[in-house]
Design a protein around this ligand. Structure first.
Ligand code: F6R
Length: 607
């Protein structure tokens, strides 16, 4: 949530700040602001989008200064308003701060500062930070920062300016993402690489509790005891085009279309001959053989990927597998131990609840393996093992390629472990392996249905509500398809295990209600067909998805999308695609803001 940027260099700061904020806008878009230092602090804010900040500043032409910070907000404390927009300043206007995260003890700090006579102008938790800086400042910027962060509880990534140090930008982080970009002419901070990659590919990661001091000539890094640390920069290996729309109207459609390639990258990079090799994995054969239970923990779509994982693991490994929402797991005194493998799934690698659940599982002795898309992210760093999805940057708030690449990794883990454990029929495993390698071309085939799906979406209109039903893996996909539709089109939709309909939900079915029946899991096709008949008998209009050859369903459904035949366990990665496309077009015809749906943000770094 929230995006932060900062710049100190030999050229004007504002160009980077506005461009960087625009690239980070997917992280939060309730309001935005910049502060540039040129003699004193110059602050520009908007309660609209970054575009408005650009208009207000004549594309930055009327803001001069070679050092600055910027912020795009996803509101937590205080409504989106001008006063609550960042940067926040101290009353004496000596310090300006941008913040991502939550200062959990802000009420106590606020009361303390109020007792000192400080007057607050915003409702935010952040404003205590510049006020504390001012309180502790005795002519040493670094010392004031160190004293201030020692008082903060919660999570933060901070970019800080001080008017007495006209070239120095200080950055700190704890449980919120922040990276540094390095170049000859300037040094940068940003919440993620998308803001930096067009300026430099040399980056440096900051760890929790470290303090980074940036000037135009270099960056110094200190640990929490103020000792200087030497850290080698890393080089980002992706190009700026990966973070641009590349001719598409929206990132979401671009990312849907990128799925065959993203899955290919994710799978192919682990295949050596017929072997699946996860480089550097600590979970070896001996450890795997001690595992008695698997817990999969994640949020949102990543949780839905985990639901698919449960069906796949239980079928192939015969190991009991639980799937947990991270926000539930972390607070329910979970039962786990060293015989449990905890798989953490997160595209961003920064989701606060998922990170906390991971730490809890680890503390309780479980072996933690994360499936993450962002290299060097907090979840990747905190896990015993990490397997990256090579999806490339995902910018649209609604995940697509993040989800399908997570599925690919889960499939790979299942095949890899089933071979070692000899827990499933070896012929099936080898066929599954072959099909896994074919997934990119199968997804490509589904994408070819786009024109037909677009026509179907045109007919959807704006119903009050609709339903997705499915059984087994179809049910897991129904959850994801339903989330996709509701988050970007704002149409209420629910996913039900088809067998549950009779236990209450069927009362919601009435004349004209759309039911989307996912019927690709062949073993249960007939059962699903019966459920379709039941809802039709009550007036529902049915859209179906089935595997090629199951034409019987065409007699019951108004529209059918067929996906290629493959191993039943793999259908999730195919079946979800038509409904990503469907949701996209339904939202487009409704005129919704597809890449930045209301109230949402890409990376949920607060709980
Ligand atoms: C929905 C979506 C979210 C995320 C969830 C977890 O389209 O993207 O539900 O899946 O917020 O995010 P990560 O995977 O970054 O932990």
């Amino acid at each position: 949530m929230c995006g932060i940027v900062g710049f100190t260099g030999k050229t004007q700061a504002v160009g980077f700040l506005l461009d960087g904020l625009e690239r980070l806008e997917y992280r939060g878009y309730d309001s935005a602001g910049i502060a540039v230092l040129d003699g004193g602090l110059k602050i520009e804010k908007t309660t609209e989008r970054i575009k408005n900040l650009m208009d207000k500043t004549d594309n930055g032409k009327n803001v001069s200064g070679t050092i600055g910070i910027g912020h795009t907000r996803w509101a937590t404390h205080g409504v989106p308003s001008f006063e609550n927009a960042h940067p926040h300043t101290s009353s004496d206007k000596k310090f300006a701060v941008v913040h991502n995260g939550i200062i959990e003890n802000y009420i106590q700090l606020r009361e303390e500062l109020k007792a000192d006579g400080v007057e607050f102008v915003s409702e935010t938790d952040t404003e205590v930070v510049p006020q504390l800086l001012s309180k502790y400042y005795e002519g040493d910027f670094f010392a004031a920062v160190a004293k201030t962060i020692a008082r903060l509880e919660g999570s933060y990534a901070l970019g800080i300016l001080c008017t007495d140090c006209p070239n120095t930008l200080i950055a700190v982080r704890k449980f919120s993402p922040l990276i540094i970009g390095l170049s000859d002419n300037a040094n940068y901070i940003a919440s993620d690489v998308t803001a930096i990659v067009s300026h430099t590919k040399d980056i440096m990661y900051i760890e929790d509790g470290e303090i980074a001091v940036l000037t135009p000539d270099g960056v110094k890094l200190y640990d929490s005891d103020k000792n200087e640390i030497n850290r080698e920069p890393s080089v980002i290996d992706w190009d700026i085009s990966a973070a641009e729309k590349g001719g598409y109207d929206h990132f979401m459609m671009k990312e849907i279309m990128e799925q065959p390639n993203a899955v290919k990258q994710t799978v192919d990079s682990r295949i050596k001959g017929r072997e699946i090799v996860f480089e550097g994995l600590k979970l070896d054969e001996a450890k795997l053989k001690t595992i008695e239970r698997i817990d999969i923990i994640a949020c949102g779509s990543a949780y839905h990927a985990g639901m698919v994982g449960k069906y796949v693991f239980e079928e192939l490994l015969r190991i009991p597998t639980n799937v947990d929402l991270a926000s539930e797991y972390r607070y329910r005194n979970p039962i786990t131990n060293d015989k449990t493998l905890t798989i953490i799934i997160s595209q961003s690698g920064e989701t606060a609840d998922t990170l906390a659940a991971l730490k809890e599982a680890k503390r309780l002795g479980s072996h933690t393996l994360s499936i993450v898309n962002v290299v060097g992210s907090s979840i990747a760093n905190a896990s015993d093992d990490v397997i990256y999805t090579w999806a490339g940057p995902e910018i649209a708030v609604a995940t697509t390629k993040g989800y399908t690449t997570q599925l690919s990794v889960l499939y790979m883990i299942a095949v890899w472990a089933a071979r070692l454990l000899k827990s499933a029929d070896s012929k099936r495993i080898e066929r599954l392996f072959d099909e896994l390698c074919r997934l990119p071309e199968l997804i490509e085939k589904v994408i070819l249905e786009e024109p037909k799906i677009k026509e179907m979406a045109k007919k959807c209109g704006d119903p009050k509500s609709l339903f997705f039903i499915g059984r087994n893996i179809d049910y897991a996909v129904a959850l994801e398809a339903s989330l996709k539709l509701k988050e970007i089109s704002y149409i209420h939709s629910e996913a039900y295990a088809a067998g549950e309909l009779k236990h209450g939900t069927i009362s919601l079915i009435e004349e004209g209600r759309t039911v989307i029946a996912l019927a690709s899991f062949e073993e249960l096709f007939d059962k699903l067909l019966s459920n379709v008949k039941e809802v039709k008998a009550r007036g529902a209009k049915v859209i179906a998805c089935a595997t090629e050859g199951h034409t019987e369903i065409a007699g019951e459904a108004e529209e059918v999308i067929y996906i290629p035949k493959t191993d039943p366990l793999l259908i999730a990665a195919l079946e979800v695609v038509p409904f990503q496309i469907y949701s996209y077009y339904v939202a487009l015809y409704k005129g919704c803001d597809i890449d930045k749906p209301r109230n949402l943000a890409k990376s949920v770094t607060v709980e």
